[in-house]
Design a protein around this ligand. Structure first.
Ligand SMILES: Cc1ncc(COP(=O)(O)O)c(C=O)c1O
Length: 377
């Protein structure tokens, strides 16, 4: 019998959005719309599809472990040196490499409650410890995070916008925060939703800073519609990126992912269409949910967090949406047990979501009121 290390046996694994195929196997439904994983409703850029088609015939070759062409393309696009760039199988992989490269067993990672589940899993799976500051009005409380920093802290994780709340901190707040973080503590700034938030003038672009203790991460999973092929990148000071290359699995991102990412960076038109569709449908969702009367958190991303009165209602809400073919995300595993996250879709998918959510919310609240009133009497 193999003894499983305690930190693995007790590890709470990553909880993903329900796949469309899984729901289709479980229920016979005329239509299924998935708005549970903040994906791009348009799929990948047509240029990326074309690049992957060409790449198929070269899959017998190992990839260049340094992703030379992709790294140079990213460096050119974002105005940094190639030696400041590392790519990986999504931000999730890069988070794993960062924790492994810069921390040791039992070192502490400070972040927030109610943030991206990927950081919780990556810290715990490497046997490091989490020190979580509470959210304040569903947004990061950077001062509370600073107050958690102690001699055992090696790393701080920030997602801006945050997932699952969609909130941002401003450039001013970030600069004030960085001025107080000791220089021997590494800050990861995860900008997975950069493209959606950048129209907000208060939003900081992490790549415009030159802190010696800052690594910025971006992904092709959201705005570029490449979630299924796994590709993301990190940009930071050379002396840090160099160390991460020692830890990275050599042949990732895979060949197709590299080709798709390079082609995506040339498709400004696709990116613009994605950003505009999101802005339009986020506005429609906010308006509709306000009219329906569902409490929600103001978002600068491609999703909204809805707040149900308590966890059981969030569970009921989730399963009532599934019964009607709408996959949303109950975000208990992110630390918000009464939260339901729903992302924007195409215009038509967004209409479907608004209709389903309105119907489900009204019927749940009616039942909840009916259950509550006799007890109140
Ligand atoms: C804040 C944040 N970071 C990272 C990721 C994952 O990105 P990737 O698909 O590149 O692993 C997500 C996905 O939900 C996210 O919300």
């Amino acid at each position: 019998m193999i003894e499983i290390p305690r930190y693995i046996a007790t590890l709470q694994p990553y909880v993903a959005g329900k796949p469309i195929d899984e729901l289709a196997r479980e229920k016979k439904l005329p239509r299924i719309v998935k708005l549970a994983s903040n994906e791009n409703p348009y799929g990948p850029s047509p240029r990326a599809v074309e690049a992957m088609r060409h790449a198929i015939t070269e899959l017998h070759r190992y990839v260049d472990p340094g992703s030379f062409t992709l790294v140079h393309k990213i460096a050119d696009t974002f105005g940094v040196k190639p030696s400041q760039v590392i790519t990986g199988s999504g931000v999730d992989a890069l988070l794993s490499y960062t924790v492994k490269t810069f921390t040791e067993h039992n070192d502490q990672v400070v972040t927030s409650e109610g943030t991206f589940i990927g950081i919780y899993v990556n810290v715990n799976k490497h046997h490091r410890s989490l020190n979580l500051a509470p959210l304040k009005n569903y947004a990061y409380d950077l001062d509370a995070m600073l107050s958690r920093v102690n001699p055992g802290t090696k790393l701080i994780y920030l997602a801006n916008p945050n997932n699952p709340t969609g909130t941002i901190f401003s450039a001013e707040q970030f600069e004030r925060f960085m001025a107080k973080v000791p220089k021997n503590i590494l800050v990861i700034l995860d900008e997975a939703y950069f493209s959606y938030a950048k129209s907000n003038p208060a939003y900081p672009n992490g790549l415009t800073y030159n802190y010696e203790n800052l690594i910025v991460m971006r992904t092709f999973s959201k705005d570029y519609g490449l979630a299924g092929i796994r590709v993301g990148f990190a940009i930071g000071p050379e002396y840090l990126i160099r160390e991460m290359y020692k830890v990275k699995l050599p042949f990732e991102p895979n060949f197709m992912a590299q080709k798709a990412a390079i082609a995506s960076l040339d498709d400004a038109e696709f990116l613009q269409k994605t950003i505009e569709t999101n802005a339009r449908n986020l506005k429609r969702m906010v308006k509709a949910f306000t009219e329906i009367g569902i409490p929600q958190v103001r978002s600068d991303a491609n999703f909204i967090l809805l707040l149900l009165p308590h966890e059981q209602l969030a569970l009921d809400f989730n399963s009532a949406c599934l019964d009607r073919g709408l996959i949303v995300r109950h975000v208990r595993s992110f630390g918000i047990p009464n939260g339901i996250r729903v992302n924007t879709g195409t215009d038509d998918e967004t209409t479907f979501a608004i209709d389903v959510i309105g119907e489900v919310y009204h019927s749940l609240m009616k039942t909840a009121a009916g259950v509550a009133s006799p007890m109140e009497r």
